[in-house]
Design a protein around this ligand. Structure first.
Ligand code: BDP
Length: 324
């Protein structure tokens, strides 16, 4: 009995040593720099993971997109070369069909509506499909709404006609711009400021914090509140890496991601107001659009073509639209 017990104790001791020797160091991708709400939120995520796992998992967060463009980094996380990151669901659409739900213009009525959908049944379908594809979402970040900016106010879809507009990599966004008569130009985020400055594009679309933080506002005169896309972001982890963790470690990492997301949403609320007033103070004219119906009806053809090509997405779209 004593012998068995001491053997057991010795085995446990060896196992403990082995576990701490195998402490896992993860790399996290973040496209944003200091001054953007997601940067301290990702730092907080790393701190919380370290605490909650007693240092068994440590995370180095690489800010400013230094580990690569968003489509590249997504592929890296999918194959496990980078463990985790803060991603927009926009560029995930080409990789995970279900994630494209959120890239249909005006699919959400508001940011709270987006969260209700993502936290409901439709969100579970999207999350499961992302996990199956290798990028498992652990929590959702607020990314506000995206609006157009250019050297003139955009108050109706006709104002987009003939403009070259930068979009993220996703066919739904090129269709969205084409439906208004514009010329879509998919481009990496890091190239947009220069493209606006040199006139390679006439405009782009983003939320206030991103518009401000990488200096797009310095080379643009008008920001028009079309709010055509409300795209959630995630803390997404390589699925195999996460599944290989013990149940306790999984709970610790998920809990850290959820807490970091709540922190991010607080930072976002303050930061997006601040970014708006900063760009206005710098001289950008912000135009309210009282009636967005013309923009919404300009998207009818985008929905029709999309659902004709992806009939299996109809149920998910209806589920989102039926969510109160
Ligand atoms: C920002 C998102 C970031 C995108 C960027 C873009 O947070 O993930 O890469 O927009 O437009 O709002 O590329």
């Amino acid at each position: 009995m004593t012998f068995t017990k001491s053997l057991f104790t010795a085995a446990t001791a060896i196992a403990l040593v082995a576990t701490s020797a195998a402490a896992d160091n993860w790399r996290a991708w973040n496209i944003h720099n200091d001054g953007h709400p997601n940067t301290p939120a990702m730092d907080r995520f790393a701190e919380l993971v370290n605490e909650a796992t007693n240092g068994e998992i440590t995370i180095d967060v690489f800010h400013g997109g230094v580990l690569g463009s968003q489509p590249d980094a997504l592929e890296q996380v999918r194959i496990g070369a980078i463990e985790v990151g803060n991603f927009s669901l926009g560029p995930i659409g080409p990789m995970v069909k279900e994630a494209n739900l959120v890239s249909l213009p005006f699919i959400f009525k508001s940011v709270p509506h987006m969260f209700r959908v993502m936290e409901g049944e439709a969100g579970q379908v999207v999350a499961a499909a992302m996990g199956d594809a290798g990028v498992l979402p652990l929590s959702w970040f607020d990314a506000g709404a995206r609006s157009f900016y250019s050297q003139k106010a955009i108050e109706t879809p006709a104002d987009v006609d003939g403009l070259k507009i930068r979009v993220m990599n996703n066919d739904l966004y090129t269709s969205m711009i084409s439906a208004m008569g514009g010329n879509p130009s998919p481009m990496a985020f890091s190239e947009v400021q220069q493209a606006l400055k040199t006139g390679v594009v006439d405009g782009a679309e983003n939320n206030f914090p991103s518009f401000k933080n990488v200096g797009h506002y310095e080379v643009t005169t008008h920001y028009s509140l079309s709010e055509h896309l409300i795209i959630p972001e995630c803390i997404c982890v390589n699925t195999a890496k996460f599944n290989a963790l013990s149940a306790d470690m999984q709970a610790a990492v998920r809990g850290a991601a959820e807490a970091a997301a709540l922190y991010q949403r607080e930072l976002w609320a303050v930061g997006s107001e601040q970014a708006r007033s900063d760009v206005e103070a710098a001289g950008v004219v912000v135009t309210e659009i009282a009636d967005k119906a013309p923009f919404q009806s300009a998207m009818d053809s985008v929905y029709a073509e999309y659902l004709a090509a992806n009939p299996d997405m109809k149920m998910l779209v209806e589920m989102a639209q039926a969510t109160e």
